[in-house]
Design a binder for this molecule. Structure first.
Ligand SMILES: Cc1ncc(COP(=O)(O)O)c(C=O)c1O
Length: 423
């Protein structure tokens, strides 16, 4: 059989493909480097390889990797690659997931199952189990807590937006099943301090997750040795990393890694309590495409450690260039010095400038930036696709600020922020 990626299309199929191209017309222009959110693009060559690898395995079913040894092998090789970057212990064990949200929901589920297994009781008497989280931790952890009826015990971050170690420790009690921090957290882009929390959770036997969905493919190459962020921190029991972010793979690819198989076993699911025999699965999905696994494997082969190092260093350089330009715009301020490539920008005087009005002006020029609150901020996820766009973006940003300063407040649709995730 010929390679399906190269098969010619019938006229009917080609017409449908043309329609699909048209449907894209109003989508954000991420391939051109005009979007600072949701998407990542390393190069045309890498993207073509990733898409072709995805297509080759898109109809294969990763629900049963015994039936597809190719997927089993690729998944393991991707995991081994990521575990090495995370300095996972030799006992480390993980799975590929569909991305950060699935990883984080599974971490909460696994912690709950572990707590139930250890206590031999379904739920604490008259109380709920809780997960202790800084206010900056990703919404997907909140989602996990909501799904499994666990309290998301949010602890305010410090003035520098990092987790408040002492307050986090003070928030833990006998019903705490998990503590989670981020490397870096999404909203302001800073890495949480882990060492005090790790020491305490280790002492108390509480699992400690580090969400490196954003940073896992960056920090191995950027982190100064005095910023501990991975399994080298005593007490860290699990980490999540997304390949569909700074691994530049097709969407649907994340990794969850536990310090050992004992910890990992609580997230897996097995049943024979139906008429279909034994059924096991590693994550939330049942049937799942082999595409993300193949795309991830192809990108790991293509870039390797050195390729990812170059990508990380370039993205970081571009992020810092933009940050320095923002420092020079009197009406704007960086909310934090970024630890990786995430920039959070606010108005120096919110009384005279709505940062959301600035974002609206930028959108009018074809840019796409995230809006978030609290506090009212603009958020940029910078990656290598932006390398040759910095001057143009900064010029448009300066013009957008000028217009927004002079704009009447709440003109054309008001200043409610555009949601980062929506249905
Ligand atoms: C720190 C962090 N964790 C988790 C996620 C969730 O990842 P996803 O949207 O791929 O499920 C994100 C997404 O941006 C993130 O920044």
């Amino acid at each position: 059989m010929s390679n399906p990626a190269e098969a010619p299309f019938s006229a009917a199929a080609q017409a449908i493909l043309n329609d699909l191209e048209q449907h894209r017309e109003k989508d954000i222009r991420w391939r051109d480097g005009k979007a600072f959110s949701l998407t990542y693009c390393a190069s045309d060559d890498a993207r073509n390889l990733s898409e072709t690898a995805y297509r080759m395995f898109s109809h294969e079913n990763a629900l049963n990797v015994a039936a597809f040894p190719s997927l089993k092998k690729m998944q393991q090789e991707v995991l081994d690659f990521v575990m090495q970057l995370l300095e996972a212990p030799p006992t480390g064990a993980g799975f590929m997931t569909s991305g950060g949200t699935e990883s984080l929901v599974l971490v909460v589920y696994g912690a709950l199952q572990r707590a139930i297994a250890l206590r031999g009781t379904e739920r604490p008497q008259n109380q709920r189990f809780n997960v202790v989280l800084p206010s900056s931790a990703h919404a997907a952890l909140e989602k996990g807590c909501t799904y499994f009826n666990v309290e998301a015990r949010r602890v305010p971050v410090r003035a520098d937006w990092r987790a408040d170690e002492e307050a986090m420790i003070a928030a833990c009690d006998d019903n705490t099943i998990l503590v989670a921090c981020s490397a870096p957290q999404y909203p302001q882009g800073v890495v949480d301090p882990l060492e005090r929390i790790g020491a305490e959770t280790l002492r108390r036997g509480i699992p400690f997750h580090v969400d490196a969905c954003m940073g896992g493919m960056l920090l191995p190459f950027l982190a100064p040795s005095n910023v501990p962020w991975n399994f080298s921190v005593p007490g860290v029991t699990s980490m999540s990393v997304d390949l569909h972010k700074y691994g530049y793979t097709a969407k649907g690819s994340g990794v969850i890694v536990y310090a050992n198989k004992e910890l990992r076993q609580h997230q897996t699911f097995f049943t024979n309590n139906w008429l279909g025999g034994m059924y096991g699965s590693s994550g939330i999905l049942g049937t799942k495409s082999g595409g993300p696994i193949a795309s991830s494997w192809a990108m790991v082969q293509y870039f390797g450690v050195e390729g990812y190092r170059n990508l990380a260093l370039t993205a970081r350089k571009v992020a810092l260039q933009i940050a320095r330009h923002i420092d020079a715009i009197p009406e704007l301020q960086m909310r934090a010095e970024p630890d990786t490539t995430l920039l959070c920008i606010g108005a120096r005087n919110p009384e005279s400038l709505s940062i959301f009005a600035v974002a609206r002006e930028l959108r009018g020029n074809g840019w796409y930036v995230d809006e978030q609150t609290p506090p009212d901020s603009m958020h940029l996820t910078v990656n290598v696709v932006h390398e040759n766009r910095v001057d143009e973006f900064v010029a448009d940003l300066v013009a957008a600020v000028k217009k927004a300063v002079n704009a009447e407040p709440n003109k054309d649709g008001g200043s409610a922020p555009l949601p980062y995730g929506s249905v």
